[in-house]
Each structure stands twice: as C-alpha cells, then as structure tokens.
Design a protein around this ligand. Structure first.
Ligand code: ADP
Ligand code: MG
Length: 915
C-alpha cells in the first residue's frame, strides 16, 4: 500500500483570502524578486522520477552476457594454472584475454552510457509554459520555475502546472484521469469545501498533471514539484519501466536466438576440437568461449539506441520534437499523412480581403497584416464614408473574439486577429469600443459548432451577435439587412448569399458570415427557430506555405498519400488542396456531413480515394484514422486542440503543433512540430527512413562479420587437416575492432540517395529482409577464402601454426575493413554513395588498421616478461609476397558484395524501364 503523507495545510478548506494570506500573495501575483527567492527556497517545480540507471548498474549489465562471464572465469583459471605450473606463455595469454575482455566491457559500457545520456538529453526538449501574473503583468514562463503564491491563468487545453486553488473560473472542466483515474471531465468551481473532502471531490482545487479541457480559470499555486499530489504519488511509486521500440524488441529477440545458436555451436566446436583434434582442454575451451563472446552482437542494442536518439536530436534542428523513440522508427514506414489545413499547410497569416454586404462586394486596400488600410468599392475606388451595414459587420468582427491589439500589432487566434485588424483598418479600435459595448455573455468559437455567439449591451439595447461558418449563420437567420431595411430572407436572397459564398471560397478565401438579433431579456440561449438578421460575409486569405508544394511532391515520389482535414468550407479546402498538389481531379472530397451519413463499411470502401475532408469536427478525425488503419495504412495525423487528442493517440504517428497546439494535444502526440509546418513532417519521415537504413547498415555489418568468424573457426576446428584458424585472443581482438567504432560510425552515416523515392517500408518487415548477400553470401566468401588461405599456408610451411593463424587474422581483418565501406549502402554499389563521405567511418577504419599493424609489427615486450606482443598474440610477420597474396584475396568479400549490389541495381533499373 502506498503511503501518502498527510498535508499540513488543507488548501481546499481555506477561503481564497486565507490562502492568499498564508502564501503572502494577492490578485496581482508575486514580484519577480519574491518568486526568485521562493524558487531558491522550495526548488524547481518538477516531478523527479528515479528512473536513471546508475553507472554501477550499467557496468554490471555488461556481464549479463554469460559468455563474458565464462570467459573471464576460464582466463582466470588458465592464468593461475599457468603461474602454478610455471608456464609463462599461457599465463600471459590468459592475462591478455582478461585485458581484451576489459576493453570489450568498457566499450559496451560506453555505448550504453552514451545511449542512456542521449535519451536523457531528449527528456527536457519540451518543457511546458505557464501564463503567470508577476509584477502585476501577465507573462509566459517555464512551468518549472513556478513557485507557491504565483497566480496562473489556465485556458482550454492547458496542463495544470502545479497544485492550485481556484480564484476565478468560467465553465471550467478538468480531466483528472491522470491522477484519480476518473475518465470523465470534472466540473471545477470556486467554493468552500469541508476539510474531509476526498481528492476526487475537491472541486475548488486544480491538481498538477491534470488538464483543462474546457473553459478558463485564474488560480493560485499552493504546492509545487514533489509536494504536489502527483509528486507525492510519483515519489512512492517504483521506477517506470523504459519502453523499447518494436525494432529494439525484435532485435532483442533475434539476439537471443542468435546467442542460443552460438551456444550450441560453441559446445559442438568444443567437443569437435577436444576429441577430434586432441587440443589442450583449456585452449579449445577458451577458443569456444571467445567465439561466443565475439559472435553475440552485444553492441547492437546500444548502437541502435544511440542511432535513434541521435536521430531525435538531429530532428530538433528540423523543428521536429520527437516524444517517443518509437516514432523515429514508425516515421519511416508512414504511408498516409493526414494534415490540418489552417496553419500547417497555410501560413496562418490571415488577412481579411473581401467584404460583402448589402449585395455589394468590397475589397480592402492594405499591406496585409497591420492596422493601416482603406475600403474599396466594387469599382476599386476608395469609399468616402463606410456604409452603415458594413460598419455593423465590422463592429461585430471586432467585438466578438478574444484577440487583443497592442501598439498596432494584434495577437490571438489568427482568424479573430484578422477581424480585429480589419476593424482597425477601418477605424474601429477594439480598446475604445469596449466603453460603449459591454460583453454580458458568450459562447466562444468551437470547431464543432463552427460559430461564436456573444451577448452585448450596446448603446441602443441588448443584442446577440453571431459569426462563423456562413451556412451555419444562414441557418439561424430568417431576415437580412440592407442599406434601406431589414427584409425577409427569401430563398432567392439566400441563394444569392450562397452563390457569393461559393465564389469567394473557390478563390481560396476562408469565409465568415455575420448576424445579429435583439435580445430583450438578456439571456444567451440557442433559439429553436431561426430568428437572426443576416448581415454579410467576410473573405479572409491565408496563403499556403511556399515550401509545402515541394514537400507534397516529395511525398508523392515516396509513395506517401497526403490527406487534408479541415473545418473549413469544401470549396476553400479544394482550392488550396489543388494549389498544393494534394487534390487531383480523380480524388474525392468528403464533408463531415457526408461522413456522418456513411456506414463504417461504406466509408472503408471509399477512404482510399478521399484526399480532402472539409467541414469536419475533431471527432471525425478518429473515424478517419481508424478507417485508414483498417486498410493497412500507417497513419500520421496532425492536431492541435483538446478534441484532437484521441485521434493523435490512435494514429501511428500523432503530430501536435508546437506553436498553436494545446498541452493536451502535445501530450497525446508522438511528435511535436516546433514550427507547425507540414514540410517538417515530411523531413521527419525522410529522417526516419534514413535512420532505419543506417540501423540496417550496421546490423548487416556486425552480423555478417560474426557469422563469417563462426563459420571460419567452427569449420577449421572440425577439420583434422586444419589447425583452429584463430586463437582466443585473436578472435577477441577482431571482435573489438570491428564491433565497436565502425558500427557506431555507420549509425551516423549520411543517408542513402533514394530514401524518398522508394515506397514506404512495410511496418513489420524483418530487419534482415533483402540482406542475404550480407548475412549469408559474404560470410561464406570470407570463411571459404580464409580457410583456403590457412590450408595453403599451413600445408606449404610444414605446419607452421603461427603463420597459418596470422594469415587467418590478417585475412579476416582486411575482409572486415573493406566490408565497412560496403556497408555504407545496403542497396547501391559503394562508388555510387562514395568512400569518403563518412568521416567517422574513415577514422574508425584507420584506427582499426593502425591497431592491426601495431599488433603485427610493433616491437614491444610485455612488461615484466621477456615475451613480445607478437609471441603472446601468436602472430608472426608474414613474408612480403604472402602478405600481398593474403591482402589481395581478402578483397574478394568486398568485390562479391559490390558486384551483387551492382547487378541488382541494374536489374531493378531494367524492370522500371520496361514498366
Ligand atoms: P480549420 O481550423 O480546419 O481551418 P475551423 O474549425 O477553425 O477550421 O473553422 C471552421 C469555420 O469556422 C471557418 O471556415 C470559419 O468560417 C469559422 N471560424 C473559424 N474560426 C472562427 C472564429 N474564431 N470565430 C468565428 N468563426 C470562426
Ligand atoms: Mg481553426
């Protein structure tokens, strides 16, 4: 049972005034200086989780590989036996093995340590902001710097940053499922509660980690960080398990199978070597275990994590913040990207350009956003005075929203900002209007209702003003106003409005309709009968982002379908989708209304043809994701609002908007776009494909080398005409130089050139698909050639063991050296992708080469003994001509792989040419 500390202060039973007094705060918040000193006193407002693996744990983990353990034990026994029996050579060799194993453990440790730190670095990429009142003004600060006594503003979609007491609230509903498990949103109100009230019923409190799903509130921070309810729970819970990506899981499984097979082989080899070749027990035992250590690609999981985490870091530079490592992998197999229109495909720089009222179309002369402009009439002449009907419409636009204007710049929702800015251009400044117009009530805009209504006390009475999607506004109107009078909205007049609306929408304008209705009783209610007076339309332009067109055509080349999902009108959506290349004439547009009519089965039939969804509500997104997934697609879906969260969660890659998105959507997402830009998604897909390719590269490189070594050592120990091709220490050295740095370097390789011109990789394609020349062909070539060389040298040198083993050692080392370059592409001949592009690989290969040369030729003695390095390693200089022959023969693996890739490329070119 989790022990939860009793709070000393029962904040929920205090009045707001008492809470203020206790925390020495007020409606105007704290001063920055006071906040600073409280931050120093109480610490940061963060929930710490004790999930960090310690260095000792990491180190211990390296001995998880049972081969290493056995080898260490064997070496230790052998060394002590050697010393006891006075056989120096054996003792030194055993010590050397200990040393090499030490290096291998260090390398494994380093790789995992790096992987761990890379992951840690990713954690803090997305720290939420909080709107706080300090020094009497409102500002946005990093939520981790909040202190008790701060007054914070919370709106729909915000995460509650700490435990707070409500000071003021309006239709506030909060999702507390993260804390209480209650899945339905809870109403929150200002009020007094009894001291004994349980946490789930403390309706006058807001708890850190929960999320505002509706309404807004002003609240006083009463507890921060680990002292919040969430913090108390977190500190008493066990460390959260780190989740692995599907690829990592598959690799783990593969690694286990590989390890088991190796174990069987090692046992078989030991038996064959011991009984067949009558080797000394300890020698053949050591070789078997060394092969076990070498064959298991224990570096793989670490290198995969590093490659993925590195990719995530690189993606930050292209404005993609990946929240889950899995996303990097899934990105590469994305087949459909469903994207919002407004702000993602378009710039979200909205400017009102057209105004239609009293049957006349006016335009705006201006410099886009800003507050300077003039009204032009139908003939393009400046209007002397602004007609009354137009005034009424503009006035509603200015009053009925939450955008604000300060020193000539407007901030807030872009659609609303466009209306405030339109007003300012025509002389209606919001701040001076509020003296005459009193806002009494409101139903703010939401994408489901597709309109907003406001109740105002105007100088001549009370009115409900409405604005929103024109068809919705028309639906609630039964009259229309012109310069002369208010008249009945006849079908003829209605058609005229609709025709104008369609005309504007087809030119890509986002269109809003306006209406009003007197409201004597001053209660804002939905009328059952249409009773509004329709005023007119405003056309807003929101130009597409320039880079999107190219990104869309990249998707087409990459076999990825782009689907636009918008709450906007179908004609507006179509005009923009067409312009961007998303909509082709054979495609279908589906509206939210039509979608609702369709049965699930019918929708499933047509879902592949639809490239634009218009007038949809956020809940439709879920339906769309599900249908596409049922069709076998891997779906990326964008979203920004609270209501988008289910679709973001359901999709394979949920993409939230960094600038305009709510905390709730960000938390539901796998990836956040720092710039809200569609083209960033496409670049992320490209990155995802490239990273996966790179993982395949070092997978191919590591496993092929290991398989080759297994075959080589196994066959040579099974055949009585051959000595065992490599000694234990040689096997370990080769493992050390090929498994470590080159694999890391390949993980950082530049991407293959066709990453975005091939079809998406099937989601559960095994990683070894298409790698048979690497995983089978190459090891066979390497083992065969080396065996032949060993046989030839052994035979012609009167069974000179050292020379034969040196031959094998050099051969394998050179094979692997060239192979590293082959592995730069699993698809293209290396001359297509180049030898020198990856400087890490060049460095790794040079180091390996130098190391091999040093082992062969460096004239050093092992300290405190009179044995040379070469003697202990069983290496001996080869005659020059033999050396050259070995080196020449060792290029055959490289030649085999490259020829294979070349022929396959040519064959696939022919296929595509014949198509
Ligand atoms: P999207 O975000 O996909 O462009 P929205 O749901 O925001 O779609 O908008 C749907 C329609 O609602 C728009 O075409 C416009 O007519 C109207 N609208 C959008 N924003 C507002 C707003 N703030 N106030 C009133 N009406 C709006
Ligand atoms: Mg919108």
């Amino acid at each position: 049972m989790v022990q939860i500390k009793e709070r000393t202060i029962k904040w929920h039973s205090l009045s707001v005034a008492d809470a203020y007094a206790k925390l020495d705060s007020s409606d105007s918040g704290l001063s920055s200086a006071e906040a600073m000193s409280r931050l120093r006193r109480d610490g940061k407002n963060v929930i710490e989780q004790a999930t960090r693996t310690t260095v000792a744990e990491l180190l211990l983990k390296q001995f998880n590989n049972y081969f290493i353990f056995i080898l260490l034990a064997a070496a230790l026994i052998s060394a002590s036996l050697g010393v006891l029996e006075g056989s120096m050579q054996e003792a030194i060799e055993a010590s050397l093995i200990l040393l090499i194993v030490g290096f291998i453990v260090a390398l494994g440790f380093y790789q995992e340590y790096r992987a761990e730190r890379e992951l840690e670095a990713l954690k803090n990429l997305l720290s939420p902001l909080a709107s706080v009142i300090r020094d009497g003004g409102e500002s946005e600060i990093d939520a981790s710097t909040l202190v008790v006594g701060d007054v914070v503003k919370l709106v729909e979609g915000k995460k509650v940053p700490a435990d707070c007491k409500i000071i003021r609230s309006n239709q506030l509903r909060v999702d507390e499922s993260s804390l209480t498990g209650e899945s339905l949103p809870v109403e929150k109100i200002l009020g007094d509660l009894d001291e004994s009230t349980l946490i789930g019923d403390r309706t006058n409190m807001l708890f850190g980690g929960t999320a505002v799903v509706h309404g807004h509130s002003l609240a006083l921070v009463v507890e921060t960080g680990m002292k919040t309810e969430l913090g108390i729970i977190a500190s008493s819970l066990q460390a959260i398990k780190k989740e692995k990506t599907p690829l990592q899981e598959r690799l783990d499984k593969l690694g286990k199978q590989f390890g088991l097979a190796t174990l069987v082989l090692c046992v078989a080899m030991f038996l064959l070597g011991y009984f067949g070749q009558a080797k000394s027990f300890i020698e053949i035992f050591m070789i078997s275990v060394a092969l076990g250590v070498a064959a298991v690609p224990e570096g793989l999981p670490g290198v995969v994590t590093i490659a993925l985490a590195r990719g995530v870091r690189r993606m930050v530079k292209i404005n993609c913040i990946v929240r889950k490592l899995t996303a990097v992998e899934t990105l590469g197999s994305t087949t459909v990207i469903c994207t919002d229109k407004t702000g993602t495909l378009t710039k979200n720089e909205m400017t009102a350009k057209k105004l239609w009222a009293d049957g006349k179309m006016y335009s705006l002369l201006d410099k886009g956003v800003g507050t300077v402009g003039a009204l032009l009439d139908e003939n393009g002449n400046k209007c002397g005075a602004i007609p009354d009907v137009v005034k009424k419409q503009v006035l509603i636009g200015v009053l009925c929203n939450h955008a604000t204007m300060q020193n000539g710049s407007v901030s807030g929702d872009p659609t609303e900002a466009a209306l405030v800015s339109l007003g300012a251009k025509l002389g209606f400044v919001k701040s001076s209007l509020v003296n005459d117009y009193e806002r009494l009530d409101e139903i703010p805009f939401d994408s489901k209702r597709k309109m907003a209504s406001f109740l105002y006390g105007a100088p001549d009475g009370r009115y409900v003003y409405s604005l929103g999607a024109p068809e919705v506004i028309l639906g609630r109107s039964n009259r229309i106003i012109s310069a002369e009078r208010v008249e009945l909205l006849t079908p003829l007049l209605r058609d005229k409005v609709l025709a104008t609306y369609d005309g504007l929408a087809s030119d890509a304008y986002r269109v809003l309709g306006f209406s009003y209705r007197p409201c004597a009783d001053g209660v804002l209610l939905e009328d059952l009968e249409p009773s509004d007076v329709f005023i007119g339309l405003v056309g807003i332009i929101d130009p597409p982002r320039e880079e999107v067109r190219e990104a869309v055509s990249k998707c087409v080349a990459a076999g990825i379908k782009v689907v636009m999902i918008t709450g906007d009108y179908q004609l507006t959506a179509k005009a923009i989708a067409k312009d961007l290349g998303i909509f082709k004439d054979s495609d279908t547009i589906l509206t939210g209304g039509e979608l609702a009519q369709k049965s699930d089965a019918e929708f499933l039939e047509t879902v592949e043809e639809v490239s634009v969804y218009a007038r949809v509500s956020p809940s439709d997104k879920l339906k769309i994701v599900e249908a596409l997934q049922a069709r076998g697609h891997v779906v990326a879906m964008t979203g920004d609002g609270v209501n988008d969260a289910p679709a973001l969660k359901k999709s394979d890659i949920g993409v939230a908007m960094g600038l305009s998105g709510t905390d709730v959507s960000k938390e539901a997402a796998d990836m956040v776009l720092a710039d809200d830009n569609f083209s960033s998604i496409v670049r992320a897909v490209e990155e995802g494909r490239g990273i996966y390719d790179n993982i395949r590269k070092f997978f191919a490189y590591l496993v092929s080398g290991n398989v080759g070594e297994i075959i080589l050592v196994f066959v040579s120990s099974a055949l009585t005409s051959l000595p065992v091709a490599l000694t234990a220490s040689q096997i370990l050295v080769i493992n050390l130089i090929s498994d470590g740095l080159p694999a890391l370097a390949l993980g950082l390789d530049p991407f293959e050139p066709n990453a975005m011109t091939r079809r998406p990789r099937p989601k559960d394609e095994p990683i070894y698909r298409g790698l048979s020349p690497f995983l089978l062909g190459y090891p066979l070539v390497m083992a065969t050639i080396t065996l032949l060389l060993v046989y030839w040298v052994y035979d012609s040198s009167n069974a000179n063991l050292a020379q034969a083993q040196t031959t094998a050692f050099i051969s394998v080392a050179i094979f692997e050296l060239f192979h590293g370059f082959s592995a730069r592409s699993t698809r293209f001949p290396v001359w297509k992708v180049g030898f020198t592009q990856n400087k890490y690989l060049l460095l790794a290969m040079s180091l390996s080469f130098i190391f091999v040369c040093a082992l062969l030729y460096l004239p050093v003695n092992i300290p405190y003994t009179n044995h040379s390095l070469q003697a202990v390693m069983s290496l001996t200089p080869l005659p020059f001509s033999l050396l050259m022959t070995v080196i020449a023969a060792s290029t055959l693996g490289f030649i085999y792989i490259e020829l294979h890739k070349f022929l396959r490329c040519r064959a696939s070119l022919k296929v595509s040419a014949n198509r």
